[in-house]
Design a binder for this molecule. Structure first.
Ligand code: BGC
Length: 799
């Protein structure tokens, strides 16, 4: 039975296997392993993948006379391999015809994957295999698997084969085939003691040593008649032979340890891996410490929906995967927010702007993780400065896709699988990624009050991003406005004017309003610094005395266009044609990827008023209504709530939701104007990975931004929760069928702040302790609440 804590799949369906592997993957923020069957290899159905946060490698391919370079999140040596056979038979290989019955499940509460299979070999011998697996949440280098084999109708010798495989490649995404996919060279393999093996591989270009050790032993069911080590070019393993009898369980335990040459507190990764694998406790012991850490995490990240069912399960699943991808262990590494988790190879493990959807969630639960992710950006500030300088600009231009060293990793071309054509990829023109970083720094600072971080790194990031905007904006003397030319907004369906030869659009409203916000915030950031630190920073950045005044000036004069009483996505948007949505829906059914459909027809989305995802509307996602109206007013435009509502309805009718982020943003921005529609988008967002609504993309990795965005919607969007100038504000609005919501936060030095929001009221309760009192505003009333105190407010009924 599935329940809210368990995701379960019954039967073996080769078509569904990739999805199961991604959704049942286990991780701890240092490493994650897809839920591939232990006997499987990459064969088109199964795809074993283990990824280490922040570990990239570059590859070069010669293609039709030119060189293509790609950087991948490396598929690390596979620690899973474990299979069996009746002596003299064939090794079990996980083929559909060998599997009589099959069920896998992941217990999210404890972070344990289980599998139950009945397997028949070519001689009709049936064996029942039960497996439990974990990737340890407290000891980030450890993973463990316990396999029980019970012969049903045979006796004789049973052989178990366990190995570590360094021959894996990055072949998880069909669209990337033909491009460099080999990233590992196996350097060394040896067996430390019988049953314990270690393999050392090195990434080809980044030259990172990775050691994977595994200890395999029989823990019940008899004594092995024989343990024999073996190795081939890329694998090292051991075979255990055990006498088997019907109904008698043979239990084999495999404890794996993974280290890299970049890990702290080690001498060398091979030694560290062997030591960890040989000294780790047994499966049960590891399970206990692992479960304990999960219990802590679940308590800190508790979010109850008030009712059971699919939505509750999705909320647990999304929390589970965020907590497996980004943890305190990640904060110790040099790693960002990989758009597709550590769960697959889509987008090559790159980091986009998706942290905009993830950090606000982490800031109020695991702030040290949020800070760690911001530090990933700060370490790449020099690379962003170089990129700006190469374009003749001051400040920092962050790449749209970021990986190892912070250079632009967006490929030049991408494949439209529908037409089979390779097309130029201009998405690197999404310069707005810098504003997302600045926004995140500010949000982190607001939520945590972490002055030390802000003074050391945060303010510098904001200032350098602001400088870039101030230099990129060009003054148009006729319009008497600053303009930003040749960029793309978040809506990737528009990368050029249909009549233009060059890519890029002008005066993208989202880009310009965000730039204005960053420019203003940079001035504020400097003011907030202690004078001493401000002077240091000004000196380091060679800040001209008149720069802050110029930022302020540009922030008031950036151009936003309007048409038909709504904000224009970009200049001349109104000259684009309307699409016959009805006809396309009728012809194609699912038109989320309208870009691919149109291109395959020899047409282009650039010609139409169609959006892949929220673009202008992102502004209402990031800023509450009054603040947004204030941003426009600062720019000298009168965009009140009515005008923005009109804008919302206008783009809503013209959006295909080709990104999973789109439903989250729409649910958020509609929360106050159309609660029922908001609830519908929430349901869609909660279904997106569970039902793989983007048609096959989840198998290539989860959509981390959409997952975190859903949780953030439930715990900040609907409760109207914000931190403004040291006040925790609640202004709830729940869709009709959502709630009551109850969740925990960590706010400043208060742990376990309990928030309860229903249609009738809201309350905030603080735990006991020495923590300083905090200011809480619910509705219009503000109060100071002491540790141990609470604040309860009844809400007027909504229409
Ligand atoms: C979306 C981007 C997003 C990227 C990675 C794309 O499909 O359009 O907004 O950053 O996926 O998640």
């Amino acid at each position: 039975m599935s329940d809210a804590w368990t995701l379960r799949y019954q039967g073996f369906d080769p078509e569904r296997e990739g999805l199961c592997e991604a959704l049942c993957a286990l991780g701890n923020g240092y490493l994650a392993t897809r839920a591939a069957a232990s006997e499987a290899q990459a064969d088109g159905v199964h795809y074993p993948g283990t990824y280490l946060a922040g570990l990239y490698d570059r590859g070069v391919t010669r293609l039709a006379g030119h060189t293509v370079e790609n950087e991948d999140l490396v598929n690390a040596p596979n620690w899973l391999p474990l299979t069996f056979r009746a002596a003299g038979g064939a090794w079990f290989a996980g083929r559909a015809e060998e599997i009589v019955a099959h069920e896998i499940a992941v217990d999210m509460r404890r972070g344990v994957f289980t599998r139950h299979s009945r397997i028949r070999d070519e001689a009709g011998r049936i064996t029942v295999l039960t497996q439990r697996r974990l990737v340890h949440m407290a000891f980030p280098h450890l993973a463990a698997m316990e396999t029980t084999l019970v012969p049903e109708n045979w006796s004789g010798l049973l052989e178990v084969r366990s190995a570590v495989d360094g021959g894996v490649r990055n072949t998880g995404v069909a669209r990337y085939r033909g491009l460099a996919d080999r990233h590992l060279a196996v350097r060394r393999k040896h067996s430390a003691v019988p049953g314990t093996v270690v393999l050392e591989a090195e990434t080809l270009a980044s030259k990172v040593r990775i050691a994977a050790a595994a200890r395999t032993r029989l823990t019940a069911g008899g004594d092995p008649a024989d343990i024999r080590g073996w190795s081939d070019d890329t694998r090292i393993g051991c075979d255990l032979t055990v006498p088997a009898a019907p109904g008698r369980g043979i239990v084999v335990e495999k404890i794996a340890a993974v280290y890299t040459g970049r890990d702290p507190a080690i001498g060398d990764p091979v030694r560290a891996a062997v030591q960890a694998a040989t000294t780790a406790g047994d499966f049960e012991e590891l399970l206990r410490s692992h479960t304990r850490r999960w219990a802590e995490l679940w308590s800190r990240c508790r979010l109850d929906l008030g009712h059971t069912g699919k939505a509750e399960q999705a909320v647990r699943l999304y929390t589970f995967h965020i907590l497996q991808t980004l943890t305190a262990h990640t904060a110790d590494l040099d790693a960002g927010v990989p758009a597709r988790g550590l769960h697959g190879e889509a987008y090559r493990g790159h980091v986009f702007w998706d942290e905009l959807f993830v950090l606000p969630y982490l800031n109020l639960r695991l702030p040290e993780v949020g800070r760690g992710l911001l530090r990933y950006r700060h370490r790449r500030l020099d690379a962003a400065r170089r990129a700006a300088r190469a374009d003749g600009l001051r400040g920092a231009m962050f790449p749209w896709q970021s990986g190892g060293d912070g250079r632009e990793e967006t490929p030049d071309t991408h494949l439209n699988p529908r037409s089979g054509r390779w097309l130029p990829d201009h998405s690197h023109l999404q310069r707005h990624v810098g504003s997302a970083i600045a926004y995140n720094v500010w949000q982190y600072y607001q939520a945590t009050g972490d002055h030390a971080y802000f003074a050391a790194e945060g303010a510098e990031l904001i200032v350098e991003i602001a400088r870039f905007w101030a230099d990129l904006a060009r003054f148009d003397p006729v319009l008497r406005r600053y303009r930003i030319h040749g960029v793309m907004g978040p809506d990737e369906y528009h990368d050029a004017y249909p009549w233009a030869e060059r890519p890029g659009l002008d005066d993208n409203a989202y880009t310009n309003v965000m730039a204005s916000w960053v420019l203003r915030t940079a001035g504020r950031a400097l003011e907030l610094l202690p004078e001493y630190r401000r002077a240091e920073l000004a000196d380091k950045l060679r800040l001209d005395a008149d720069e802050p005044a110029r930022w302020e000036h540009v922030s008031r004069k950036l151009r936003v266009c309007f048409h038909d009483g709504v904000v224009s996505q970009f200049h001349r948007y109104d000259e684009l044609a309307e699409l016959d949505w009805g006809a396309y829906r009728k012809r194609y059914g699912d038109i989320r990827r309208l870009d691919r459909i149109l291109e395959a027809e020899g047409d282009s989305p650039n010609r139409y008023r169609v959006s892949k995802q929220a673009d202008v509307l992102m502004l209402a996602y990031l800023f509450p209504p009054a603040e947004l109206a204030g941003l426009f007013a600062h720019l000298g435009y009168d965009v009140d709530t009515d005008a923005f509502d009109r804008t919302m309805r206008y783009y809503l009718r013209r959006t295909a939701h080709g990104s999973t982020l789109s439903a989250v943003v729409h649910a958020w921005v509609l929360a106050r104007s159309d609660r029922a529609a908001s609830g519908r988008f929430l349901r869609e967002a909660l279904a997106s990975d569970v039902y793989d609504v983007q048609g096959g993309t989840t198998a290539e990795g989860i959509h981390l931004g959409a997952m975190a965005g859903c949780l953030d919607l439930l715990s900040r969007g609907y409760p109207g929760l914000e931190v403004r100038d040291d006040v925790l504000v609640l202004d709830p609005v729940l869709p009709p069928d959502v709630g009551p919501l109850e969740f925990h936060l960590r706010y400043r030095d208060h742990w376990g702040v309990r928030v309860h929001v229903s249609h009738r009221g809201a309350s905030v309760s603080l735990g006991h302790g020495q923590s300083t009192p905090i200011r809480i505003r619910v509705g219009t009333e503000e109060r100071v609440v002491e540790a141990g105190g609470s604040r309860r407010v009844a809400l007027p009924p909504r229409a």
